[in-house]
Design a protein around this ligand. Structure first.
Ligand SMILES: [Zn+2]
Length: 300
């Protein structure tokens, strides 16, 4: 399908890499939603019925989930964002930005105007124009919602994800108007010869060539999903994105109700488990786990 965006292959390394660089990481909460527990962890059997979509779900079975973005400071490359969280308009009128279909399993979108990444940057005396690079774990509506806020940034997306998002529609969780802009989109081809293995992960890219920010391919939740490994001064951090909604997803390999490709999802789970085995001190941040979110520090 025709798109306004004309993505090009990413040319790595991106500028600004420094030998031995450490980044600092600031997890940002941009809003919250609630979801039926059986959406996050599927209930087996026919009786599960339509409950994953919130039909016939008692209020006490709804689980609150964070909608995060991550601000990363690199000593040479400047400010990087991982995912964009909710657009400021979601605080006023969620349907305008997200529509009704893309996040239909999620209810009660809640956002304060000050929670938008742009507002949180202003609070730090920064502006959206200071963000040089935005790494998108995937293009689902709760992650891509605020892309329009960063017209000057270079967006790093997996090639497979771009194809999936532009082929598929709202029923797969994508909202084209969120990402279809003439911005500088750069695609990572995890199927190409330049991807290399890293720890438990079969395919990865070292974005700045200095080992400080790596994207690792974790498809399954979507066909082109990727997670991000950060070398901070503290623990190594895996921003897992929706490769795992919850810590429990990793602990028990209990799948969520909906995955785009179950085989790929299980393989990515195994790779994350292998990474954890090889890097037991790493902090693994799941995509939508309220308890795990509350346990995070303000900065790493
Ligand atoms: Zn998602």
């Amino acid at each position: 399908m025709e798109t306004a965006a004309e993505p090009r292959p990413a040319e790595l390394p991106l500028p600004g890499g420094r030998d031995g660089a450490h980044v600092s990481l600031h997890p940002l909460l941009t809003g919250r939603m609630s979801a039926p527990r059986s959406w996050l962890l599927r209930s087996e059997g026919r009786r599960a019925g339509r409950r994953p979509f919130g039909i016939g779900v008692a209020k006490q079975d709804l689980v609150e989930v964070p909608v995060p973005a991550f601000l990363v400071e690199h000593p040479g490359a400047g400010l990087i964002l991982i995912d964009t969280g909710f657009h400021p308009s979601v605080a006023v009128n969620p349907r305008q930005n997200i529509g009704r279909v893309a996040l239909s399993a999620f209810k009660d979108t809640q956002m304060e105007p000050g929670q938008a990444v742009s507002a949180q940057l202003r609070e730090r005396d920064l502006s959206t124009g200071d963000i040089r690079v935005v790494v998108m774990t995937h293009l689902h509506a709760d992650h891509a919602s605020a892309i329009a806020e960063f017209p000057d940034a270079t967006f790093i997306v997996s090639k497979r994800e771009w194809e999936a998002a532009t082929d598929a529609g709202r029923r797969h969780g994508y909202v084209r108007r969120q990402f279809d802009h003439g911005f500088d989109y750069r695609l990572l081809d995890f199927d190409g010869p330049d991807a290399s293995s890293f720890s438990g992960f079969g395919r990865s890219f070292d974005l700045f060539g200095d080992g400080s920010v790596r994207t690792v391919f974790t498809p399954g939740h979507t066909l082109g999903h990727m997670s991000v490994v950060l070398r901070t001064k503290g623990p190594e951090v895996l921003v897992a994105g929706d490769a795992i909604y919850l810590r429990e997803t990793l602990e028990t390999s209990h799948l969520p109700y909906r995955v785009e490709d179950e085989h790929l999802f299980r393989r990515s789970l195994r790779e994350i488990a292998q990474y954890r085995k090889e890097t037991p001190d790493a902090l693994i941040i799941p995509g939508h786990d309220w308890e795990a979110w509350q346990a995070l520090e303000a900065e790493y």
